[in-house]
Design a protein around this ligand. Structure first.
Ligand code: SIN
Length: 511
């Protein structure tokens, strides 16, 4: 089928950045001194996982802190699968990256003019910067999107959905996209494309992630022949608000650090037998303990008891959570809040090196869509925004040095037949999300994973390639791709490590 794309729908830039969370916008802003940048994002500029981040930014910025201690904590959390060089870079380059973020307008919480450092689970000391208590991600997006939206070197394309990477002679030359909601076909051409498309929380029935997180960049990179790795490592957050029928909402683990405790329906504080750190045990341990309690009590939630936290402290430290709970009709002064574990963060993703370079020449990847070795089998709290900053800067330093597109190659690109769009029936989506929660969730086992593989393969077989499709159809096809990769990874990893727990292989393998 030969389809013409009208010339105005083909745009050329020096750099394409796909995605507008912390990694995408930080990279884009630092590319502007080297050329014309397009920021392409499928929703509003500010809609991303970053916007909803309640944790902060972990960074060894204080004089008496040492990046080596931050490195140690990160490696511990990663359960043997971190790339030590990537972690060294994250922690050593973190302070400069955070100073640069502040130069761009980020306002962290301060007392008497001095930055306030908080402590979160598994960090050996206070080193987490927050903004407005629990609204760090919102402030990051505010600061960066404000600059990006008025920067003369950046053109922003909102409501523009990546459908595929354009690959010619073994290198990335840009992307194919759809403008929404019309689903008009677009093509963006550039010698360097930076994927910053974020996570895939929507592949699970319940997640802290917003609806945009459908693994689009990971799926497109996979189709273009890039390697993806560590896809079995999905972090489940133990305490999302359980509010039947409504989107899940993260109840930050910082609340437990302030004194909140988990209780079962019988009112028992159940964590002590599971781990010496009780409610502050690593996230995966708490998530499994909650699942265990829910199984024993045949319920789908447990409770968070905030009563140990002084009300003044609760209001000043967690204004966003207080407001959202009130909006949903919960009275934090009178009742315990129902919570349950949900998908939160993808540690795996597009394989990339310490400069964000993927296996496809001309393609870089930063932020949650990539796996460059900093998170291993489990991400340390508040390391994800830092990851986006540090490796965003590295990507922006490398991109201008990559080869330009030759005239010959541009000629080939201009002649290219537009790629067809992959689409799946939207009706499959809810079934897929339930299946993933049941078979590839907090606990997995070989038998359930094998069944899930069969079902998902069947759905993948029904994916059609068509000239155009709706956002939901394209996203559903992408969700099927990343679901298959998670399942394959979980089947192959016959051990329990970090966030990946196999009931049939409950121990860590020494091999
Ligand atoms: C939280 O605040 O509980 C989540 C923080 C994070 O995911 O880093």
């Amino acid at each position: 089928m030969l389809l013409e794309i009208p010339r105005p729908n083909i745009r050329e830039f020096d750099f394409l950045v796909v995605g507008s969370g912390v990694a995408g916008l930080f990279t884009a802003l630092h590319l502007t001194e080297h050329g014309k940048v397009a920021v392409i994002t499928k929703d509003r500029l500010t809609e991303s996982n970053t916007e909803y981040a309640q944790g902060g930014i972990a960074v060894a910025l204080q004089e008496d802190d040492d990046p080596r201690d931050h490195e140690h904590d990160t490696l511990e959390a990663g359960a043997g699968l971190c790339d030590p060089e990537a972690v060294r870079i994250l922690t050593v380059e973190g302070p400069d990256a955070v100073r640069e973020l502040m130069r761009l307008g980020m306002r962290f919480d301060r007392r008497g003019g001095e930055l306030i450092y908080g402590r979160e689970a598994a960090h050996g000391r206070r080193r987490i910067l927050h903004a407005s208590g629990d609204e760090t991600g919102h402030e990051v997006e505010r600061a960066l999107s404000r600059r990006a939206s008025v920067h003369p070197g950046i053109e922003v394309f909102e409501n523009t959905l990546l459908t595929d990477l354009l690959v010619v002679e073994g290198r990335s030359v840009g992307i194919a996209a759809l403008s929404l909601p019309e689903s008009d076909r677009l093509r963006f051409i550039a010698p360097v494309t930076v994927l910053a498309t974020g996570g895939l929380g929507q592949v699970y029935e319940t997640s802290t992630n917003p609806p945009v997180t459908t693994g689009d960049g990971m799926a497109a990179a996979w189709r273009a022949g890039c390697g993806l790795r560590d896809m079995e490592f999905v972090q489940f957050h133990p305490t999302a608000l359980y509010d039947e029928g409504s989107p899940k909402f993260l109840i930050s683990e910082a609340l437990r650090r302030e004194g909140a405790v988990l209780r079962n329906t019988a009112g028992e504080h159940f964590m002590p037998p599971y781990h010496p750190q009780n409610d502050l045990a690593p996230r995966d341990v708490v998530a499994r303990a909650v699942v265990d309690q829910m199984r024993r009590e045949r319920t789908d939630h447990v409770y968070l008891d905030f009563s140990p936290i002084p009300h003044e402290r609760f209001l000043s430290r967690f204004p966003g959570i207080v407001a959202e709970l009130a909006r949903r009709g919960f009275d934090i002064y009178q009742e315990r809040i129902p919570v349950c574990p949900v998908a939160h963060y993808m540690m795996g993703g597009i394989t990339a090196d310490i400069n964000a370079r993927t296996e496809l020449p001309g393609l870089l990847a930063v932020g949650e869509c990539t796996s460059l070795g900093v998170h291993g089998a489990n991400r340390l709290a508040s390391n994800s925004l830092l990851d986006g900053l540090v490796f965003g800067l590295r990507a922006a330093a490398l991109a201008p040095k990559l080869p330009k597109l030759s005239y010959e190659l541009l000629g080939v690109v201009a002649q290219m037949t537009p790629a067809l769009v992959r689409c799946a029936q939207v009706a499959v989506r809810d079934h897929l999300r339930k299946l993933m929660k049941e078979c590839a969730g907090v606990e997995r086992n070989g038998e359930a994973l094998a069944q899930a593989r069969e079902v998902v393969s069947g759905w993948c077989g029904q994916v059609a390639t068509v000239p155009s499709a709706s956002r939901e159809e394209v996203e559903t096809a992408n969700l099927l791709t990343v679901a298959r990769l998670i399942i394959e990874g979980a089947i192959a990893r016959q051990e329990s490590r970090g966030a990946h727990y196999r009931t049939d292989f409950p121990e860590i393998s020494e091999d």
